[in-house]
Design a protein around this ligand. Sequence first.
Ligand SMILES: [Fe+2]
Length: 491
Amino acid sequence: MTARFPNTREFTGALYRPSRFEGEVFDLEVDGQLPTDIDGTFFSVAPDAAFPPMREDDIFFNGDGAVSAFRFGGGHVDFQRRYVRTQRLEAQRAARRSLHGVYRNPSTNDPSVLGLNNSTANTNVLEHAGVLLAMKEDSLPYALDPLTLETKGLWNFGGQLTDAPFTAHPKIDPLTGDMIAFGYEARGDGSRDIVYYEFDEHGAKTREIWVQAPVSAMVHDFAVTERFVVFPIIPLSVDVERLRQGGRHFQWQPDLPQYFGVMRRDGDGGDLHWFTAPNGFQGHTLNAFDDGEKVYADMTSTNGNVFYFFPPADGFVPSPETLVSQLVRWTFDLSVKGGRLDMSPLTPFPAEFPRIDDRVALRPHRHGWMMAMDPTKPYAEDRVGPRPFQFFNQLAHLNIATGKIQTWFADEASCFQEPVFVPRTGSSREGDGYLLSLVNRLDERTTDMVVLDALRLGEGPVATVKLPLRMRMALHGNWSRAVSPSSIKAV
Ligand SMILES: [Fe+2]
């Protein structure tokens, strides 16, 4: 390989310089005592460009998906990392160079990959019905073997789905094992179609509903309750003509409202009701639940365009200090004629990547965990440079019932990756368990995993798992109890 990665913030520094490795580390080094009542696997995926990009201005989200597995049991943890062998990565490896141009604009790719699937499978990994799904919202998922991380191929659930895109944020009903999912731009780039799916615990599709959004725009995460689903339409619009001219897939629209489509799960889509709120950026969902004709969705919301790499037509990019992301409770009242939407903040600090105890998903929750940012805390800018994109210097726990907040700040040269809640083996009480999070050590250019008592974050880690290498910033991951092998037949 002779090409070099660009000297841009997307490809440099302790968070964003590509890691590019695959491998295993048996029995990771641990500081402290790793609890023996953590039993299962933490799967996570990072965009990690396998080759220097075709374009200098390439973005983090265009990196090839590299899946990590941290397998816990008996007070030990083993580590494994493999790239998802997507069609595009296999083509790149054969050519020993990147063949892919502008993010989500296949018309800018090398002609040799015309017709190949364009997914990087880099956004989220989730085990369901014995299949590890590696997901990117512009494509069907890839199926991986959860025990080996071997890629089986594009996954249409055994022929049950068309090739419509599939979200990277499906939800699991903890009581039934059902998976609830959707896809947007479901009839092609620039289409307003959304397809909604439900699958049973064995992966059999039980529901499919097609609806239309008011505009063609990003629908990254969504919210699901026992009876309703909420589609948040982020004001990042798609324009087919722009794509044809080689432009970016998304463009921020400062004059568009935030749209939220609320729909009954057991209907045919005819009841879908669109609520609007002032322009803003809907982030990730903590959880949602319903009570009668009211739907409550706790999601992060930012007062402007978080994605500086998808600017509006005039190119304006807000400075990071002016953007404030908060965890917000949206209340959708369907009992009022025309619907009524209320919004109230749940956190007094900037926060993103919120997580719950997944055992209460779709139902009322008491606890939430998230990455948080406290700008008053010390930061070693002289040693490690300016704060990178997605810099969060604290882990936070919010008791939603009492409003009480606990935080843990690592040090002046560390920041976090998305945490995950892990129930203590044998317990059933919400919140009884651990919070796991990767910590980027900006000074040493290494990565640790901290294990905290989820309800006592302030006391700091009970154990710190040391990785002998640096992990590029990941996006999302999920906890999985011990999984058994399954026969996966890919597309
Ligand atoms: Fe996400």
